[in-house]
Design a protein. Structure first.
Lengths: 127, 364
């Protein structure tokens, strides 16, 4: 399973890529692999605000719907509309295909997340 | 309580199956993936382990009379070596189980019941026996079963037996068929909407049968297929699943399966009065097909609204792999079941528009 370098990760298999005061949020390769063929992605609206831990999106395979939780709090500034037309992009590359871009509410929240090395160790224990 | 292993458990692990606890049994949701497995069954052939299903035999002088008393369908209409689909109801008309009844002869019936209901059914059949002269036996633990399903099923299975399988017509059975050297009972039945067979043997034999079928089907592109696609296949084919489309509280009439309830059957059967009353008074709710107009996926348990008022729920819903549409079965108030009626499905916190369509999703 691929783990992209330089990102922050959660135990629920979301990732955060920070760019200044903003960040992209997505699901990990591990998450897409375990979901199987993704057939639908539900995203929030731009300007929606979420706290850390809140569910903000849903990613659905044929079998089941899975909520995606905010790794950090923030206001949505962009959503990846490509995923609405072609949800399978997440299966092709879960790190390239982000779900939302947010304006970070509190950068200190990033400190509670795992870095790529910690996440790799965490995955090893999950298996 | 730990889940039980079917005789094919080790084979699932070897094949890389994603094994989960389903109705108390360790069974694979999928091996390669739900969608490719679904497509294999629709276009070629797939092989399911269905050893979790229960088998109960009813033998004796009154076997036919007793089975007919338990069942909503008219069991007297089938001949030896024929199979019939039926419901077994409570006096209220709610469903104890839906099942297949195999008639070996007038004094020997073989019932194939849902895994989750084996104990309940066995007790129900014992408790209602009264003065009927019958012997009842739950033989589930000694029977293994596989289902080979898909347009190439006969071609593949034929390679493993000298018996001419084309002699077994739809919903008929043949006992003592030798498959890969194993003594089997074979019926032309299934739960996918495709042609195919269900093959029963003892636990030891079924492992041999399983491996022989997978080997024999190489050229036809056979795949081992899991519970995931079993559900999408049966759903597309409008086949109900106990606990979803009907249960102890939902009658077969509400589920839209009146064809299998012979209200005018001469002999009495459990639930007859309640079902007759319900039919003559009219149904307050019934099962309808729906297709989503808005984006989203309608899944089991989601609530359905009309003009802000709750009118029912989804019993099964998927993005159909074959039809590439989001469809569902909806148990809703009868006045909203007319084709074309618009309703709203509550998906998480939002409402998605849907319309009532025919429940016959798969037109063949």
């Amino acid at each position: 399973m691929k783990v992209a370098k330089g990102l922050f990760y959660t135990k629920d298999h979301e990732w955060v890529k920070v760019e200044g005061d903003e960040a992209f949020i997505g699901i990990s390769d591990y998450a897409q692999h375990h979901l199987g063929d993704i057939v639908y992605v539900e995203l929030p609206d731009v300007d929606d605000e979420f706290e850390k831990g809140e569910d903000f999106a849903a990613v659905e395979s044929v079998k089941a719907a899975s909520d995606v939780f905010m790794p950090v709090g923030g206001k949505v500034v962009a959503i990846n509309e490509d995923l609405m037309d072609d949800p399978a992009l997440l299966n092709q590359d879960a790190f390239e295909n982000w779900l939302i871009k947010v304006e970070l509410a509190d950068k200190a929240e990033l400190e509670e997340l795992m870095n790529d090395e910690d996440y790799e160790k965490f995955l090893a224990e999950e298996e | 309580m730990d889940a039980k292993k079917t005789p094919l458990y080790d084979e699932h692990v070897k094949l890389g199956g994603n094994v989960v606890d389903y109705a108390g049994w360790f069974l694979p949701v999928q091996y390669e993936g739900l969608v490719p497995e679904h497509e294999a069954v629709r276009n070629a052939v797939g092989l399911f382990d269905v050893s979790h299903m229960g088998e109960i035999t009813i033998k004796g002088k009154d076997a036919l009379a007793y089975v007919n008393y338990l069942m909503t369908n008219d069991i007297s209409t089938i001949v030896d070596n024929q199979v019939i689909y039926t419901f077994m109801c409570h006096p209220t008309g709610g469903v104890v189980d839906d099942l297949l009844v195999y008639r070996y002869d007038g004094e020997f019936f073989y019932l194939v019941v849902n895994a989750a209901n084996i104990e309940k059914d066995h007790k129900w059949i014992l408790d209602n026996k009264g003065d009927f002269d019958v012997e009842i036996e739950n033989i589930s633990d000694s029977v293994g079963e596989v289902a080979i399903q898909g347009p190439m099923a006969e071609k593949v299975l034929q390679k493993l037996t000298d018996y001419d399988l084309s002699q077994i017509k739809f919903f008929h059975l043949k006992r003592d068929v030798e498959i890969a050297g194993v003594n089997c009972m074979v019926s032309r039945t299934g739960y996918t909407g495709e042609d195919g067979f269900e093959v029963y043997s003892d636990n030891e034999g079924i492992v041999k049968v399983w491996n022989a079928i997978l080997e024999a089907g190489q050229d036809e592109g056979i795949k081992p297929t899991g519970l995931g696609c079993r559900d999408t296949l049966r759903f597309e084919a409008s086949l109900p699943l106990y606990g979803h489309e009907m249960d102890d509280e939902i009658t077969p009439l509400e589920a839209g399966f009146k064809y299998f309830v012979k209200l005018d059957k001469e002999s009495d059967f459990i639930g007859k009065d309640a079902l007759n009353k319900m039919w003559s008074e009219g149904l307050e709710r019934k099962l309808a097909g729906i297709e989503l107009i808005d984006r989203g996926i309608a899944r089991e348990g989601y609530e359905i609204y009309k003009d802000g008022e709750k009118i029912g729920h989804i019993t099964t819903g998927y993005k159909s792999p074959t039809l590439d549409k989001v469809i569902g079965n909806a148990l809703i108030r009868t006045e909203f079941t007319e084709l074309g009626t618009e309703v709203d499905v509550k998906i998480r916190n939002k409402f998605a528009k849907a319309k009532v369509i025919s429940k016959k999703f798969l037109k063949k």
